[in-house]
Design a protein around this ligand. Structure first.
Ligand code: ZN
Length: 409
């Protein structure tokens, strides 16, 4: 059955219809490659002639190439199509201490990856990042770079093209996109890390059946990305999802945002380290990775600190459940290494938060935390081309790939 999203299609011009069809075809190739034109027509419900026109264009643009030739029992040998894995994306995961650069192909496979210490100011970062990007692009001369995707520990205000809220980075408002596009000559897409992780879940197929989802990223800080009714929610100034800075205790510890007792100061990696220091009285404590290793080896103080963190994660997640009613909540963060131990604490809080019916499903991201954020940066670039209305709308409009699927299912 065809489910149409009327807000998308009621103003459809022939150009947006072409864009929608192109997105449908490109996504079907991505998900089912290698696939023949006949199967593309059958699965999409589009006319054979429309599929041929679109695939010819995609082949001319080098998005799609001929795959292996199939064999049928009798006679004809259909030609299969697949994505051109020589098309690449340069991705960046900007975090307060380390910034990771990676080269990914269009299927989200990472070809190389490098980390550098994060510079202390936006200006220094622009110079350093531009050099690193150019170096990595030059290191892969056989690839066609489609764009640069950057996930940031802050919120991106599209109307002003600035990262406006990055308390853990301690940088003032900044524009990374303009200067990096100028320095590298490659288009840049930039987004909050939690939002990027939403796109990764949607894009790489782990959330195919979910139209209402929250992704909670927990690292130095805590961010929430909201996918509601099949769309990424950005809100005014890109600030939707800042549950991490809702104060739970006005007398609580000071938060990086300037407030006190925010959810983040109880549930982040930094909170777990604080809990550990309070009970172990060590001056030079471990890193969060060390704390996890201690926990895995059965260290009781480390486990106590991590359990407190999990309780705080679960408690705050109740706000997310009440606020946006997700079907599924996905966690991204190093703490998911100990998911088996920590999940029951979080699940119990989430179960208690259901006011009607069963509580939302809770799970860790399908990818490792660092890969989940990088995957989000890949999705940022790809969704510009693969989103069904990519050809007909402004470049910054976030379009989920699932909309294409929703239309053809
Ligand atoms: Zn705060």
């Amino acid at each position: 059955m065809r489910r149409m999203n009327f807000t998308d299609t009621q103003v459809a011009t022939s150009e947006t219809a072409r864009g929608i069809n192109r997105g449908i075809v490109l996504n079907l190739i991505r998900r089912r490659q290698p696939i023949s034109r006949a199967d593309l027509a059958r699965v999409s419900g589009l006319q054979r002639s429309t599929v041929s026109l679109i695939t010819e264009q995609l082949i001319r643009e080098k998005w799609v190439i001929y795959g292996p030739t199939g064999r049928l029992p009798r006679g004809r040998r259909p030609t299969f199509l697949r994505l051109n894995d020589k098309r690449a994306i340069l991705v960046v995961d900007l975090r307060p201490e380390i910034t990771t650069f990676a080269v990914s192909d269009v299927n989200g496979r990472f070809l190389s990856q490098q980390g550098i210490p994060t510079p202390s100011s936006p200006d220094a970062a622009t110079d350093r990042f531009a050099k690193k990007i150019v170096e990595m692009v030059e290191g892969h001369p056989g690839l066609i770079f489609e764009g640069i995707g950057i996930s940031v520990p802050g919120r991106f205000d599209e109307s002003r093209q600035r990262v406006v809220f990055a308390p853990n980075l301690k940088w003032p408002e900044f524009d990374l996109r303009g200067p990096l596009e100028k320095a590298t000559g490659i288009p840049v897409e930039l987004e909050n890390a939690a939002n990027a992780c939403v796109l990764a879940e949607v894009w790489f197929g782990h959330a195919e059946k979910t139209r209402d989802m929250a992704v909670i990223t927990i690292s130095e800080g805590l961010g929430v990305g909201i996918f509601s009714d099949g769309r990424l929610v950005r809100g005014a100034k890109g600030m939707a999802g800042e549950f991490g800075h809702v104060p739970l205790d006005l007398e609580g510890p000071r938060c990086s945002c300037g407030g006190r007792g925010c959810w983040e100061v109880y549930a982040s990696n930094r909170a777990a380290l604080r809990y550990y220091h309070e009970s172990s009285a060590t001056a030079n404590g471990p890193s969060f990775q060390d704390l996890l290793s201690l926990g895995e080896s059965g260290d009781s103080l480390a486990l106590k600190a991590l359990d407190r963190m999990a309780h705080a994660i679960g408690r705050g997640t109740r706000m997310v459940v009440a606020g946006i009613a997700p079907e599924e909540i996905v966690f991204v963060g190093e703490f998911t290494r100990m998911w088996k131990r920590l999940a029951p604490v979080i699940e119990a809080e989430v179960a208690a938060s259901a006011l009607v019916g069963s509580p939302p499903r809770v799970r860790p991201a399908a990818a490792e935390p660092s890969d989940a954020r990088l995957g989000g940066s890949v999705a940022l670039v790809l969704q510009r081309h693969f989103g069904p209305s990519a050809a007909g709308e402004g470049r910054h409009k976030l379009v989920s790939s699932r909309r294409a699927e929703a239309i053809v299912q």
